[in-house]
Design a protein around this ligand. Structure first.
Ligand code: F6P
Length: 550
């Protein structure tokens, strides 16, 4: 069965939502809280170690009920079934989408082409477990007999962002191995990493689903050449001790010089941006140990079960997705901020940028027709409190409506309560400030207390007022652990899925990244041959400028 192909704007509920929007668009959240003392309790989901408060949004219970109806009308429940049961929901690439199978229970049965894929997944997990243990405990050694000290993940996009985000987020749980990530084709990136490495004690993990990505192969070859040049004892044979691969393309990995026993397979039903749960997460397992990697998967599995079975009005990913649709399609918000109040989650929004924007940055619907409504939002953000001193001014007093997710953890990992109380005070204060703003009356009182003249007060007044009424969701989690991180990542994955279903788009292909790649290939040949054909005047000038200076 394929995914439903319903234009959301053609539904009865969409029209109702449009009419409803006209009546609530000026609504003040402050008034909603004043009118209903139970609002915060009603619009909060507590699940496991998650407390998700979505009450600070410009919506009423009627809005929510219409959004749930919309989800029903576009047949979200059927789509969820199709997704989890391995149907070909990535129709444009003729593939199932089964990153959820990677974290399923061993006893589950999930079939692709009528073959249960769980035994293969379990086998590869054992391979990851064995290999990680041997590297971590030092029993597997480099070509001069020394234990490994460093791991370099060579990959890009989903083969870099997921692992690097998780390794960074779980730094507290890491072992003695130093993990590095090389992704950019910029030679300065790889050279800066190489500077820090000892070839005798470094393990290189080449991660490429296709094993044909220009950036990854260029970096891998540069590193291999450096490795071979560094020591007279290093040769093609020793390459196999130091280089391992994660790929669907076993032949190409073998041709690179990798021993077949050191190739960790993945499958075409794992999308790159959802692949950290597969062997693509090898550098995670190496950095924090297989047990922690398993806990990450377990967390995601729990979120999968929640998403699959919970009613829409208690279903965290569904609620967050529909609220986001409300702002995107009715308030015309273009962007959404994700602000984790944890420095560990420094790379979280960068990771989400790929998963959201590569998935839902589409303008053709599932019927192949151009879309007349907005789809994927621009996702961005940085950890608080740093971001408070960077871009929060615009969220508070700018002209744009930017819904924001605030993610925080009640416990700090190092147990420094002086910092933690201050961090969490900021975390909560910001959402309160965004909700309430600051009225003229408050500003007046504040300025009067500073004994300013009435002239000065008049001059400053309008600049000091905060409109407030800025929407936020608060995702308050007990503690940053591998398991809670797994839940959080899976929560956003499912938000992406729900939005893709509502917008009637295919979320699991990414043809939009191809054109630039093709042109870069053509231009590279021209740069080498110094002949440029078929370019616009601006591009031609740029190419000639480059050639003249190099
Ligand atoms: O950016 C496009 C993309 O195909 C991503 O979806 C993917 O994660 C990345 O390139 C890397 O691809 P590969 O793992 O095949 O090297």
């Amino acid at each position: 069965m394929s995914l439903p192909k319903i234009d959301p704007t053609s539904t009865v509920t969409w029209n109702k939502l449009q009419a409803h929007f006209q009546s609530v668009k000026e609504i003040q959240m402050k008034d909603l809280f004043a009118q209903d003392k139970e609002r915060a309790n009603k619009l909060t989901v507590q699940w496991e170690d998650f407390y998700v408060d979505y009450s600070k949004n410009r919506l009423t219970e009627e809005t929510l009920s219409l959004l749930y109806q919309l989800a029903k009308e576009v047949k979200l429940d059927e789509a969820i079934q199709s997704f989890f049961s391995g149907e070909i929901i990535n129709e444009t690439e003729n593939r199932a989408v089964l990153h959820t199978a990677l974290r399923a229970n061993k006893s589950d049965q999930i079939c692709v082409d009528e073959k249960d894929i769980i035994p293969n997944i379990t086998e590869v997990k054992k391979q990851i477990e064995r290999f990680s243990a041997q590297i971590i405990n030092g029993s597997k050694k480099g070509f001069t007999g020394k234990a490994f000290t460093d791991v370099v993940n060579i990959g890009i996009g989903g083969s870099d962002l997921g692992p690097s985000m998780v390794v960074g987020s779980l730094e507290y749980y890491k072992n003695h191995l130093n993990t590095h990530f090389v992704s950019n084709i910029d030679g300065d990136h790889v050279n800066e990493i190489i500077k820090k490495l000892n070839p005798e004690t470094t393990l290189f993990v080449i991660v490429s689903k296709t094993f044909s990505t220009q950036e990854t192969l260029t970096n891998a070859n540069t590193i291999k050449d450096w490795f071979l040049s560094k020591n007279s004892n290093a040769n093609q044979e020793t390459v196999s001790k130091h280089f391992v691969a994660v790929s669907t393309n076993i032949e190409k990995a073998k041709n690179f010089g990798i021993d077949e026993s050191n190739i960790f397979p993945i499958w075409d039903w794992v999308g790159g941006r959802f692949s950290l749960w597969s062997a693509v997460g090898l550098s995670i397992s190496l950095s924090v140990g297989f047990e922690n990697f398993t806990k990450l998967l377990l967390g995601a599995n729990k979120m999968d079960a929640h998403f699959k079975s919970e009613a829409f009005d208690k279903n965290i990913p569904v609620i967050l997705a529909l609220i986001s649709v409300w702002y995107n399609n009715f308030f015309n918000s273009e962007t959404e901020a994700v602000i984790p109040y944890s420095q560990y989650l420094n790379r979280f929004s960068i990771y989400l940028q790929q998963s959201f924007m590569e998935s839902n940055g589409k303008s053709v619907d599932r019927n192949g027709k151009p879309i007349s409504y907005q789809t994927g939002s621009v996702i961005w953000g940085q950890p608080g409190t740093n971001s408070q001193h960077a871009f929060f001014q615009l969220i508070h007093q700018g002209t744009k409506l930017i819904p924001a997710d605030f993610i925080g953890f009640t416990e700090s990992l190092h147990g420094n309560n002086i910092h933690q109380d201050r961090l969490i005070s900021n975390f909560i204060a910001q959402t309160e400030a965004l909700l309430n703003g600051k009225t003229k009356e408050d500003v007046l009182k504040e300025l009067e207390a500073q004994s300013l003249s009435s002239e000065e007060i008049k001059k400053l007044m309008s600049f000091k007022v905060f409109e407030g009424n800025k929407p936020t969701n608060t995702i308050f989690i007990k503690k940053l652990t591998p398991e809670s991180l797994g839940k959080l990542i899976a929560m956003y994955e499912h938000k992406i899925f729900v939005q893709g279903i509502v917008w009637n788009i295919f979320s699991f292909d990414q043809f939009g990244v191809e054109l630039g790649k093709q042109l870069a290939g053509k231009i590279l040949k021209e740069v080498k041959n110094n002949t440029f054909v078929n370019h616009d005047a601006s591009t031609l000038n740029l190419l000639q400028y480059y050639k003249n200076l190099t």
